[in-house]
Design a protein. Sequence first.
Length: 214
Amino acid sequence: MDYSDNLWIFATLLFGIIIVPGMDMIFVLANALAGGTRAGLASILGIMGGGVVHTITGTLGVTVLAVLIPQLFLPMLLVGAAYMVWVGIGLMRSTITVGAVEGSTARSLTTTVWRGFLTCMLNPKAWLFILAVYPQFMKPQYGSIPRQALIMGLLTIVMQFLIYGAVALGAGTARDVLTGNARATIVVGRLAGLLIVLAAIFTAWQGWVQFAAQ
């Protein structure tokens, strides 16, 4: 598997994670309903800031594994892959539903950005995702780790903006889909779970093959 294939798998996995309704998406929707499109976009800006911090944290962790204790790289990759399979199976078996979204009172755009940042930073699933996924896709054989981190960080920000931006721009429709069509959210969650399982199995297999060839 070359670097471009690696990025495609990461992007697919990232899409599957972001598209599932969760804390970040509901925060964007609530702000867009309460304060309009500008408030929705401001909340996205805060969430994107959280994504930058996650990327930096993941990069530091991978650098430590690759440079200081490389013998732990494969075990970390396999543990991360196992965790992602567990998450994916959980999504495939779940019946995701979203309760009514309550529009909060209008607040300043600066406050909305800050709260979006905190929402992303305090999301435990986001931190687990970083710890489990980044070691699978940032690999020394693909060149500079910081360069790989920059590309993955940009992909994360772009994906967040496109998906959450669509939610903010179509807040009314998004609200009806999320709260009034349980089947739609269940289907989205299960398809995302399948993507996560497939990507995790493939990256774990690639890591094992590379380790065996050394």
